[in-house]
Design a binder for this molecule. Structure first.
Ligand code: DP6
Length: 326
């Protein structure tokens, strides 16, 4: 029977966004993306010994703050291990319920690590990243701590599947923090999976965004190597706003920004006028994540509290790993 394994992973926030797939089944993105893994809201994936079960496609994202059985890595892991038996995995997220933050990245990263260990597979980090990618694209990046780059992959089919994985990114001396400003804890209007597809299929701005995102990535890598937080922030902010522009141009529009989102963006502009290097990035929801220096994080969080219902301060976190059995 499969063994017992517990893995922990953390969410990541993209500074160069993943938005749109070129292969829906293999989860191959249209462009490279780049993220920072956080040190808050870990997800633990735990495979109890001796249990068996069946399950539909696991989706830790739909069960924040709770516990739920999902198949142990599902068909992909069983095929790799040449094993037929199914197993039960409990996934526990510490993302506050209703925080409006996706936990699919940490969830599928933890699941990939726990499930492969439970089945006795020894995958290297690249293979784990490819496996996590099949659960949710952004999960490929949560295998790694710090900053990570997810390659879109070359070619199509099996070639692309093999060449689309994340890897850790070398960076210079950088004291980065991310302030998470929660403006609305409600469920999102359109899932990122559906929003992406609609954007790719109908937005006339999509192609140009992919092009500009490539250029942003090149500049971002150089800025990270220099440890230039202001440049990193500027590039991240324009990349995110461009992504939201492509969504707004979809038919019908995909809009995740709420009035309160824009209020927070105004506060960030004022902070910058006051000389604080703070830059916004937003994902498939109304909340704002603010990149700033660690030394400024408290001030940024205090300032944003007027427009946000809650704030959290995150710093760079570790990659997904197995946890010693308890
Ligand atoms: C806006 O990884 O959740 O957060 O691959 O369909 O599961 P699927 O999508 P997902 O999309 C994340 C989109 C994003 C940007 C990013 O994290 O790069």
């Amino acid at each position: 029977a499969a063994g017992h394994a517990t893995a922990v992973a953390h969410p990541n926030i993209a500074l160069i966004k993943y938005w749109g797939k070129r292969d829906d089944h293999l989860i191959l993105p249209a462009s490279d993306s780049l993220s920072m893994t956080l040190d808050v809201f870990s997800t633990t994936s735990h495979r109890p010994a001796g249990t068996r079960g069946r399950g539909g496609p696991g989706d830790p994202q739909r069960h924040p703050g709770g516990r739920r059985a999902v198949p142990a890595g599902g068909r992909l892991v069983r095929e790799r291990a040449r094993r037929a038996e199914r197993a039960v995995v409990d996934t526990r997220n510490t993302v506050p319920t209703g925080a409006g933050l996706a936990s699919s990245a940490s969830g599928f990263a933890a699941l990939a690590v726990a499930a492969t260990a439970a089945y006795g597979l020894r995958l290297d980090a690249t293979e784990l990243s490819r496996l996590a990618r099949r659960g949710s694209g952004s999960a490929s990046r949560s295998i790694f701590g710090g900053f990570a780059l997810w390659h879109a992959g070359r070619g199509t089919g099996a070639d692309a599947d093999l060449s689309s994985y994340a890897e850790p990114l070398p960076v210079g001396d950088l004291d980065a923090a991310l302030v998470i400003a929660i403006v609305d804890a409600g469920p999102k209007a359109v899932s990122s999976r559906v929003g992406m597809r609609r954007t790719v299929e109908t937005s006339p701005l999509y192609g140009p965004w992919v092009e500009s995102s490539r250029a942003d990535l090149t500049e971002m890598r150089a800025a990270l190597l220099r440890g230039d937080l202001e440049a990193v922030g500027e590039i991240a902010e324009r990349n995110a706003l461009g992504m939201h522009a492509t969504m707004l141009a979809a038919r019908p529009a995909v809009r995740y920004m709420a009035p309160a989102t824009l209020t927070v963006l105004d506060s960030i502009l004022r902070l910058r006028q006051d000389g604080v290097a703070a830059y916004a990035t937003m994902d498939a929801g109304p909340n704002v994540k603010v990149l700033c220096a660690g030394a400024d994080a408290d001030r940024v969080a205090r300032t944003l509290r007027s427009g946000a219902s809650r704030t959290y301060i995150a710093r760079l976190g570790p990659g997904a790993c197995l946890r010693a059995e308890d």
